[in-house]
Write a protein that binds this ligand. Structure first.
Ligand code: SF4
Length: 491
């Protein structure tokens, strides 16, 4: 027998150097004992020789790539398996393509498990903020299944370039100071704070994304294996959410108040802003500004200024605090559930908004919430009614209603949720992103800030992006609240 000695957690380069030595002495796979630092073997004490093979070995690129991943697995038998495949490749150059070969099946299973663990680490690392004399630093405790800290570190550098962070795991740690990435020894859970304010954001995000009607426990556990739960603040909610799922689904069904109006089959006519005065004439005698919100709501139901009323169940006015609230939030238009219920933001996007408001420390009962367009624009798709974005002419005409609502309500600050609301409320013609993080003005001169519409978060296909964007959304809402409070104090 011959010993192949490796460090405690070998890299691919460590294994490759040892494997080259074994090939040099033509050691057969069954003659080698692979051992890592700290392991002892009473019968084998020989040091690993430092030799070069007489004839160059056949090592295809596909093997290097596959072995580079497989060596990160925590199965101690991986070193022997990799050498066996390398040895057999010298006799059979097409071995890697043999999907039925037992060694190849095992090799790809290791690679798959490592890739899955990497993907979960990308998604499930949760940072806690630690504020020191030199500013904030973010620290996360994570327990990967395999040795993937170095392999995944670049992902976190790209994702959190502007943050100083450390990820501590039992075997290794990664540190980014804003310029340099370094690695160190592992640590313990006690190295990382147990709780911070961001944990509430995670819980709020998870609760808002949880759809009881679509709950499949087995699929959920496959996506979020229980092994990772103990280090994710939001998972504490899962048992209760599962328990209450069927009741919540029944409540959602019972809350549906009516059936949608049937489509009239009339094509939407193109509208230009110049049509505005003519189109507003038939609004139930309210071409002049309504004197009260009650007046406005009554008149709104008879608005025929654009074709959107035809296919909608009802117009949906704004609601909330009606006299000088701190904030008025303006979305795009009612969705399917809002159209049926007659209230703004009660559907899935409303759920996300509620959670974000909660995370931002804003009580929905203390603000005003409305939309830029008052009727639900949609197109049929089977039995479903799919949201359709209102065109500029429709937004311009309906702006008469939202402008009058805001004039009557007089919020300290208006928040445009999404590009349509921003277009309706302001003369800003750049991107939504360009308008974010600053206070601009509505066309009427009121302070205005902009952020995304909550439905944008629901549409993002990537879970990581959803989480990141939810945090940005919450941060925008917090900033809007602070700006409004500053204005209130200064008044
Ligand atoms: S969408 Fe607005 S402008 Fe068009 S009919 Fe409805 S309330 Fe009137």
């Amino acid at each position: 027998m011959i010993a192949a000695n490796l460090p405690r957690i070998p890299t691919f380069e460590d294994w490759r150097a040892a494997a080259r030595n074994m090939l040099a002495v033509l050691a057969k796979p069954e003659e080698i004992v692979w051992r890592t630092e700290g392991e002892s073997d009473l019968f084998i004490n020989a040091p690993t020789p430092n030799l070069k093979p007489i004839t160059p070995a056949f090592v295809p690129r596909a093997f290097i790539e596959t072995a580079g991943k497989a060596v990160l697995h925590n199965d101690p038998r991986r070193f022997a398996l990799l050498y066996r495949v390398l040895w057999r490749l010298q006799q059979n150059r097409a071995l890697l393509e043999d999907a039925a070969d037992k060694d190849i099946v095992q090799l790809y299973a290791l690679v798959k498990a490592v890739r899955r663990d990497e993907h979960k680490m990308h998604a499930f690392v949760r940072f806690k903020e630690v504020v020191g004399a030199d500013g904030p630093r973010y620290i996360a405790w994570f327990e990967p299944q395999h040795h993937i800290v170095e392999e995944t570190a670049d992902f976190f550098v790209r994702r959190f370039t502007g943050m100083r962070w450390s990820i501590i795991t039992p075997d290794a740690s990664a540190h980014w100071d804003g310029k340099t990435l370094s690695f160190g020894p592992g640590g313990t859970r006690a190295d990382v704070p147990a709780e911070d304010a961001r944990d509430d954001d995670w819980r709020a995000y998870y609760e808002s994304m949880f759809n009881p009607a679509r709950l499949k426990v087995a699929a959920m556990k496959r996506e979020m294996p229980k092994h990772y739960w103990r280090n994710m603040p939001e998972t504490a909610l899962i048992p209760d959410l599962i328990k209450s799922a069927s009741t919540r689904t029944e409540d959602m069904v019972a809350a549906t108040p009516s059936t949608p109006r049937k489509r009239a089959g009339v094509a939407h006519a193109k509208i230009t802003p110049e049509d505005l005065s003519t189109r507003l004439e038939p609004i139930a005698g309210h071409a002049e500004a309504p004197a009260s919100l009650e007046d406005l709501r009554r008149a709104l139901q008879s608005c025929r200024a654009c074709p959107l009323w035809r296919d909608a169940t009802q117009a949906v006015p704004g609601e909330g605090v009606e006299h000088e609230p701190l904030l008025a939030l303006v979305g795009e238009q009612p969705g399917d559930q809002e159209d049926l219920a007659g209230h703004p933001f009660v559907g899935p996007a409303g759920q996300v908004l509620n959670r974000a408001l909660e995370a931002a420390g804003i009580d929905r009962g203390e603000i005003f919430v409305t939309n830029a367009v008052k009727h639900f624009k949609h197109e049929p798709r089977g039995k479903r009614r799919l949201h359709k974005r209102p065109v500029t002419g429709e937004v311009e005409i309906c702006r008469w209603w939202v402008a009058n609502e805001l004039k009557l309500v007089r919020p300290r600050l208006v928040v445009a949720l999404g590009a349509t609301a921003l277009q309706s409320l302001s003369t800003h013609r750049g991107t939504l992103e360009a308008a974010r993080a600053q206070t601009i003005k509505t066309r009427e001169g009121a302070p205005l800030r902009a952020t995304v519409h909550p439905s944008y978060l629901l549409r993002l296909p990537d879970e990581d992006a959803k989480v990141e964007q939810f945090h940005r959304f919450v941060a925008d809402l917090k900033e809007a609240k602070s700006a409004a409070e500053r204005m209130l104090r200064a008044a």
